[in-house]
Design a protein around this ligand. Structure first.
Ligand code: COA
Length: 150
């Protein structure tokens, strides 16, 4: 099924359970999943194919988060469509966090990985904690904090 068979639409309350199920399935951060902030890609029969959100933080920054594409629908440009639609309507800067292996994916949209001395206190704490946990888990990856400025 080509990418343009899928519809992008804002989530509604009835999508809440499906969003949580997809986020759990792809094993990314299950916190802060308020459906009101989500943009979805729906299959022609109305199923949830992919989702993403822009999360506001208390310090005034915004974060692209919860990007998840159902395994069956990957490689069709759905993540690209969601990211492009969300960043098109947001002011800059936009932050995100990802495992280091995904930096090249987000670079396609203009995001740049930040050095430690560029991080806000929130992201500095988060990166330190996540990297400790990832190291304990025995993986080779670290947590990248990226930002889109233009
Ligand atoms: C990563 C993920 C969102 C990609 O979704 P997708 O719909 O298959 O991606 P797209 O088809 O839109 O790909 C867009 C571009 O990124 C590239 N890309 C896709 N997955 C990639 C990956 N894991 N690493 C690097 N590049 C990737 C594609 O080749 C494509 O490149 P092009 O446009 O230059 O041809 C999806 O695999 C996923 O949900 N993974 C699990 C959850 C996750 O890790 N989310 C990110 C949390 S930070």
């Amino acid at each position: 099924m080509p990418s343009d068979s899928f519809t992008l639409r804002p989530a509604t309350a009835s999508d809440e359970a499906d969003i949580k199920t997809l986020i759990k399935l792809v094993r990314i951060n299950p916190m802060d999943l308020d459906w009101r902030r989500f943009l979805l890609a729906s299959t022609p029969d109305g199923g949830l194919a992919a989702c993403a959100q822009i999360k506001p933080h208390a310090d005034g920054t915004r974060e692209l988060a919860s990007l998840a594409v159902s395994p069956a629908w990957r490689g069709r440009g759905l993540a690209r469509r969601l990211v492009e639609a969300l960043i098109a309507r947001e002011a800059r800067p936009i932050y995100l966090t990802c495992r280091s292996g995904l930096e090249s994916f987000y670079q396609k949209f203009g995001f740049r990985a930040l050095e430690k001395d560029e991080l806000t206190p929130y992201y500095r704490r988060l990166q330190k904690l996540a990297n400790t946990m990832m190291k304990l888990g025995g993986g080779a990856e670290t947590l990248s904090v990226m930002r889109l400025d233009e």
